[in-house]
Design a protein around this ligand. Sequence first.
Ligand code: PHE
Length: 497
Amino acid sequence: KVEALQVLLLKKLDEQNEIANTSHIEFEGKKLTVQDAQSAILSLAARSMVEFERHDIEVYTLTAEGEEILKNGSHEAKVFNEICASMSGLSIGELKDKLGNTAGLGQGRAFKLGWIRKDGDKLIKNTESIEDGTPKLLAEIKEHGTHKDTKALNDLKKRKLVERNKLMYFSLKKGPHFSLTIEKLNTDLTADMITSRSWENAKFKDYNFAAEGIPPAGGCLHPLMKVREEFRKFFFELGFEEMPTNNYVDSGFWNFDALFVPQQHSARDVQDTFFLKKPAFTDKLPDLDYVARVKGTHENGGETRGIGYRAPWSEEETRKLILRTHTTAVSGNMLYKLAKNGFHPAKYFSIDRVFRNETVDATHLAEFHQVEGVICDRNLTLGDLIGFMEVFFAKMNVRNLRFKPAYNPYTEPSLEIFSYHEKLGKWVEVGNSGMFRPEMLEPMGLPKDVRCLGFGLSLERPTMIKYGISDIRQLMGPKVNLDLIQAGSAVRLDRED
Ligand code: PHE
């Protein structure tokens, strides 16, 4: 259809050199619509076959009643004609019987124009012939879209025979590549065109750099980020401060040594930890007195009451750059700063990414998120840890916790936290925790009576339970299920659903 119209436009241009107003063109028995004109013209213009200008004007058009009057004459003329047709005039009732509504509509103006008058109870003609001006006016308006007699125009508008409308049309001239035939332009350079060498003579469609792209669908929060917001809310409600965790790369010092993880510990193996190649070592260590105290504590207990690991401690090992394996690397750094800047009771939390060199399977990824909290005050006890964990997990409706002795190099005692999961029908581990060791806190310079409790859990575990996801790879990584991410509902960890 567009092509037929284009051919028509080109033919007209060929005949008359230009088209002043596309809205006058008839196409397929109807006046050309703006939409049709526009699509035909734009693609011709893109090939430089035509040049066009767009015009926006206001025009008067006839209403349905106006069209009717244009065809059959005005109401007043109908009244006059009907009265003339009867020998002795008509009563109002008779006129109404003949003309219906038109009788009422036409009488007043027929009187005003002096076409009819009353004779007793009859209406009779007052003149031999009339000139019905309204259809003539309407015909002119229909042709030109307006009329120079503005009074008449306004009068017709008031009588609702015409209305004002916005109109858009185009004027056309021949373009530099004008021709009567439309050549098919290629949109793609294909392998066939290259092998057959037909590309050499092929014409290609210009790129339309102004074309707008497909609007992206609205963004959405990843389920992990929704659950993270819930945890953040709980921590803030409980008076915690958020730790700056914007360093995925950390040193062996902060990730392990400052936490009293022995240098021979299996976690420090390449099998468990990602090591950086370039640069492989950091030249930034904290103040050397502190580093020396850490070294002493590892080797023989230093100034603590412990005896250390009784093994040599290497500075090279501590300078190694790694992807942090837990957010406790950041917690240690924060506690050191707390000691350095003058101790005060503190509650810190973080929720961020950690990395472990593990084989990926349905429940393990090489990178995941940890939720971690530490509370630091004088004379805290294991009871405070257990009590706080109960408060914390109750926030998300996890009650009836069980604690199981465990081992972390940096906490003593250490407790794994379990909760009975009704839907899964079994006890699941919900976290790991402990009281940080004096071998970690004392070299930092924290006062001897300051105790520090800490805990950590994965962000993925509660997210998977909340969203009923059994394979962690649906949540993160290249196989992530985008529908699931986009359709995922909002999270309220404190609500059963
Ligand atoms: N870092 C521990 C882990 O990765 C969690 C933890 C944090 C344990 C603080 C005790 C204290 O599982």
